[in-house]
Write a protein that binds this ligand. Structure first.
Ligand code: MIG
Length: 821
């Protein structure tokens, strides 16, 4: 009996609800029910061998592969009976990167595999694996128990488990699409893409799966990417405060250890494995207006006119499912949209891009060409006994393409031809968790091609949405003849950022959801998915003017800025709430367009170098062990600090400023970092700060991207008594020529002393912007400063204005400098 209790306890330690119940039942009544599942652990290291950058360790039966991926990344795999699964991943297209040197050594107690930077030790006695920073010998991550597994009787394969030590001062970040607090410590999570309509503060799982987290202790960071697409689980010291564990319902125990020691390094290296977001078409960084649904054509036009007549900038209008004929994808409801090509053209003439929704469910209808083609070619998913996977979604009874089949992706990509031909500029993929009415999603036994590696829905579920948007993105890219496609997806898996942007799904018009969305977007950003936004205003429910305006303010600094709402809510355009809201909303949307060159440059920094776009303060202050920074503040790029107002009725808020000096964006007051400040925040002012020393480029306000030719770029230079580098990225805005270095990356180095301001600039890349002039706006110049030089040329005869600001113009090569009056 004691033995039974022990087993019982062990099992409940690691299993989830249903399984536990079954086992418990069996244990109480051993004659019936399934056999008890026995956990097996790696025992002692018996054999070792090496194959180039791969090191194999065996306990006589199970094997472990340690693979040196780069100087800072090591991958670990477990094969319970010695046979590894096929090495295929949707997240990581290429595993091996550049490695300077690596070696393996046998020591008394362990084997150690090391690079220049890190050492992975495999302890002989118990197979514990640990990772150490070579520089200061700090153990970053260490097994608490050896890797273990349980046979899965029903499906074959194993449930796989890793348990690491969770240190007393350790905090955890990342994991992509999770709500609730930024720090994941003390919580338990599950990854299973779910249509989570009006989710709550701590609800889990949500729409996307990013099994990648970072741990920070004693100011140093590392990351673990558990590349497993099955339903997976993470526990950060919740079950046992001394353990961090992750496990999955199948697949291989395979994870990457990613070294820091800075959080930024961890994220960049994760991004080097899974890819960055391609440069979006520039207009996609504008303001987008969406609604379920704008129809008929007259309504769409009315909305478009509403923006132009009120001078509120907007780049995109969305058509939700009602534009289709009976929700059949790739068709039009001709009553509502008699001539879509003409309408889209007219919208385009007015500066609007049209984005349309496409869902995965294809109506079972023998008179519908998409269904017929899919059926004839065997493109739809089937159950284990070969029946078609059928489920009800918007069109009624549907079948679903198997997007994990490359041939199906190719076919699907081509289906967009007509939409592209009539001028559609972007596609929005919804319901791709996949969501099914009633049952929620597909049953486990649905079969998938999985790019030739085969799997049931247990394995393919979490990548279904990502493969759908991949097919959409690749298809559009071909059809648009290498113009940048714009795609947006609801579901996804690690690596999804290579194929499109995301919105956080069906949120609610509440202040709590404003808070959820704020953290959610930051968290997505440090989990490798930078181009993210919430439904501004909340999808369901009714915001009042104040909430909507505060949401627009936050949305101004969401990489993806789109207002969206369900059909049964009141009108939800930036002017729907009257004054003063309309004017304030306009000011912020205008600000988005003024900052366009800055936003675009930050995007480039992500694309090219792997930096996250939104950076939570922990990223700026990971060594701040008192965690005095606030989780609701973030920087956009590294120059603008955003402190959104998330409380109803607030007219001020406490702000923590990170290290350095910061200018209040509205008043130009300079404040010291590493301290708290009470900042005024009336409705029209969301506290914003600019890092002293920054150069923030600005374009003139436009009603849509590209409306005006820019003949002069405004450069706001925020004086600092230290040196800061900034840059401005520009290119065509809609081609892939940047891959051939057709871009201009202009660097500014601004250095202030008590008496002098020195600006130096240099430029990289093969693109020449059209404009000839820069307007300099020097902010916060001390009166003592009596010498200003730009690229070694003196700016002479200048006068400060009463705000101690200075304006001058320079041609773009700085050979001619003109002072304003
Ligand atoms: O079952 O297309 O999250 O943005 O407006 C609802 C209608 C389906 C869910 C999406 C939402 C969209 C809505 N869709």
């Amino acid at each position: 009996m004691e033995e039974l209790d022990k087993q019982n306890k062990e099992i409940s330690d690691i299993s989830t609800g249903e399984v536990v119940e079954e086992i418990v039942q069996h244990l109480n009544n051993p004659v019936s029910g399934p056999k008890p599942i026995v956990k097996k652990y790696l025992s002692t290291v018996e054999q070792v061998y090496t194959e180039s950058n791969k090191f194999y360790f065996s306990d006589g039966d199970a094997r472990v592969e340690i693979r040196v991926v780069s100087d800072e990344i090591i991958r670990v795999r477990l094969a319970p009976h010695g046979v590894f699964l096929d090495d295929f991943s949707y997240a990581v297209p290429v595993v091996d990167q550049k490695v300077t040197t690596f070696k393996m050594e046998e020591q008394e107690a362990c084997y150690s595999v090391s690079t220049n930077t890190i050492t992975c030790k495999v302890r002989k006695s118990d197979f514990h694996i640990s990772f150490t920073d070579n520089q200061n010998q700090m153990v970053m991550s260490e097994d608490e128990s050896p890797m273990h597994w349980e046979e899965n009787i029903e499906f074959g394969g194993y449930y796989v488990y890793a348990t690491k030590k969770c240190l007393p001062d350790e905090n955890f970040y990342g994991l992509g699409d999770k709500s609730g607090n930024m720090n994941l410590r003390g919580r338990h999570f599950q990854n299973w893409n779910t249509d989570a309509y009006s989710f709550g503060w701590d609800q889990d799982p949500l729409y996307r799966t990013i099994p990648f987290y970072t741990g920070v202790h004693q100011g140093a960071a590392y990351g673990i990417f558990f590349d497993n697409t099955f339903r997976s689980y993470f526990d950060f010291g919740k079950e046992d405060s001394a353990k961090t564990s992750f496990w999955a319902d199948g697949g291989e125990l395979q994870y990457y250890y990613i070294h820091g020691p800075h959080l930024m390094d961890v994220v960049k290296r994760y991004q080097s494995l899974t890819g960055t977001h391609p440069m979006p078409p520039k207009w996609a960084l504008g303001y987008h207006q969406c609604r379920w649904s704008y129809y008929p054509e007259q309504k769409v036009k009315e909305i478009a006119d509403g923006f132009r007549s009120r001078n509120i900038p907007c780049d995109a209008i969305y058509l939700d499912i009602d534009y289709m004929d009976g929700y059949r994808c790739f068709t039009w409801n001709k009553n509502h949209f008699p001539d879509p090509k003409r309408m889209i053209k007219e919208l385009a003439n007015d500066g609007f891009k049209t984005v349309v929704m496409i869902d995965p469910g294809i109506k079972v209808d023998d008179n519908y060409w998409v269904f017929k083609e899919g059926k004839a070619n065997n493109y739809f998913c089937r159950r284990s006994d070969d029946y078609f996977m059928e489920g009800h979604v918007w069109p009624g009874r549907c079948q679903f393409p198997d997007f994990t089949n490359p041939t199906v992706r190719e076919w699907w990509g081509k289906l967009y031809k007509e939409l592209v031909d009539i001028g559609v500029a972007g596609v929005w993929n919804d319901m791709n968790e996949p969501a099914v009415f009633g049952s929620g999603t597909f049953p486990n036994d649905v079969r998938h091609n999985y790019d030739g590696y085969r799997g049931s829905h247990r394995k393919a579920h979490n990548v279904y949405g990502m493969q759908m948007v991949r097919s959409t993105y690749d298809g559009l890219k071909k059809l648009m003849r290498n113009k940048r496609p714009f795609t947006i997806t609801r579901a996804g898996y690690s690596g999804m950022q290579r194929y499109g942007c995301v919105w956080t799904g069906d949120n609610v018009a509440t202040w709590e959801h404003l808070k959820i969305g704020n953290i959610q977007c930051q968290r997505m950003s440090i989990s490798g998915v930078p181009f993210c936004g919430t439904d501004i205003g909340g999808f369901s429910g009714e915001p009042d003017g104040e909430l909507f305006t505060r949401w627009i303010q936050l949305g101004t600094f969401s990489p993806f800025m789109r207002a969206h709402s369900a059909g049964d809510t009141a009108e939800r355009e930036p002017w729907s709430f009257g004054e003063p809201y309309t004017s304030i909303n306009r000011t912020y949307i205008e600000l988005r367009y003024r900052l366009m060159p800055y936003l675009y440059s930050v995007f480039w920094e992500h694309h090219r170098y792997g930096f996250p776009i939104l950076r939570p303060l922990v990223m700026l202050e990971q060594e701040n062990s008192s965690n005095s920074y606030r989780q609701d503040e973030f920087t956009f790029g590294d120059k603008i600090l955003v402190c959104p107002v998330l409380e109803q009725g607030a007219v001020s808020r406490m702000v923590y400023l990170p290290k350095g000096k910061w200018y209040n964006f509205w008043t130009h007051e300079v404040l010291n970092g590493e301290s708290e400040h009470n900042i005024k925040a009336p409705l029209a002012q969301m506290p914003l700060f600019v890092r002293a020393g920054a150069v923030i480029p600005e374009y003139p306000v436009m009603q849509y991207v590209g409306e005006k030719n820019v003949d002069e770029v405004l450069l706001n230079v925020y004086y600092a008594d230290y040196e800061v580098n900034s840059f401005l990225f520009e290119d065509h805005g809609d081609t892939f020529a940047y891959e051939q270095d057709i871009y201009s990356e202009k660097k500014f180095s601004v250095k202030g002393t008590e008496y002098q301001l020195t600006i130096e600039q240099s430029v990289d890349g093969l693109y020449t912007p059209n404009y000839e002039w820069y307007e300099y706006n020097i902010i916060g110049l001390p009166f003592n400063v009596n010498k200003i030089t730009v690229d070694d040329k003196d700016v002479v005869d200048y006068q400060l204005d009463e705000n101690s600001c200075l304006h001058f113009r320079s041609n773009k090569n700085f050979t001619s400098i003109k002072i304003y009056n």
